[in-house]
Design a protein around this ligand. Structure first.
Ligand code: SAH
Length: 227
């Protein structure tokens, strides 16, 4: 059903995601409208299709409806000033959306930060170029968006803990390092499973208690060793 969200323009794609109730909040709607998906894909004439697209190196940019689901799920934790980790950041598209949500006013909130971690260095470099084309060069230069080459299964403890963690590739089992790097409170949106996968919402409360909620079945590329 989500596939019918395809539009002729970015604005139309986002409008269709909202009409289908996949984007529910005004904040997610505003953030997604600020990011032009055409800057994050290889096949520009299919930029506004609600489908995944190959980005090289066996990676894909996820379908817009999956990015919308992830954003909506994490939105209570994507407040101005929040710190966010995107594992398997690929194209950088979701990092851009998260950035618009957490940036805030550095004088008021201390400024948010988004870290994208991706194990293919060529994709890291490409994603930085994509973010620049999308008008986020200053955020990259000032370190408010940091794109790191590395094994995302280990997270990126140096910049943690994170109010929100998004994982864009399926883990065979729940990665402990990522749960450890969640703030109190914090939430992670992660596909888990081999073969059949489910999105698991991992919540850590103020006392550090962790609960897992299975949301829905998905098909993601696996979190792997670097090929
Ligand atoms: N969310 C991104 C990419 C999704 S595809 C987007 O929508 O553009 C999943 C990504 O995870 C791929 O880019 C792949 O290279 C990356 N990946 C797979 N295993 C990884 C690992 N161990 N560490 C970091 N990144 C990984």
């Amino acid at each position: 059903m989500a596939w019918r969200c395809t539009g002729a323009t970015n604005a139309e794609l986002i409008k269709n995601l909202a009409r289908s109730q996949i984007i529910k909040s005004d904040r997610a709607l505003a953030a997604m409208n600020k990011v032009d998906r055409a800057h994050y894909v290889l096949w520009k004439d299919e930029a506004y299709q609600d489908s995944p697209q190959p980005i090289g190196y066996d990676a894909t940019i996820s379908a817009p409806h999956m990015h919308a689901h992830a954003t909506e799920n994490l939105i209570p934790f994507l407040k101005p000033g929040a710190r966010v980790l995107d594992v398997g950041s690929g194209s950088g598209y979701l990092c851009a959306i998260f950035y618009h949500l957490v940036a805030g006013d550095p004088k008021v909130t201390g400024g948010g930060k988004v870290v994208g971690i991706e194990h293919i260095p060529q994709l890291v470099e490409w994603s930085v170029g994509n973010l620049r084309k999308d008008g986020l060069g200053a955020a990259v230069d000032e370190g408010r968006i940091e794109m790191v080459a590395g094994d995302g299964r280990q997270g990126y403890a140096k910049e943690g803990p994170y109010d929100a963690i998004h994982v864009g590739a399926a883990a065979p089992t729940m990665p402990k390092a990522l749960v450890d790097q969640l703030a109190r409170p914090g939430r992670m949106f992660i596909p888990v499973g081999i073969g059949s996968q489910q999105i698991i919402q991992v919540d850590k409360d103020e006392e550090g208690r962790v609960t897992e909620t299975a949301l829905f079945d998905v098909m993601y590329v696996p979190l792997t060793d670097r090929p």
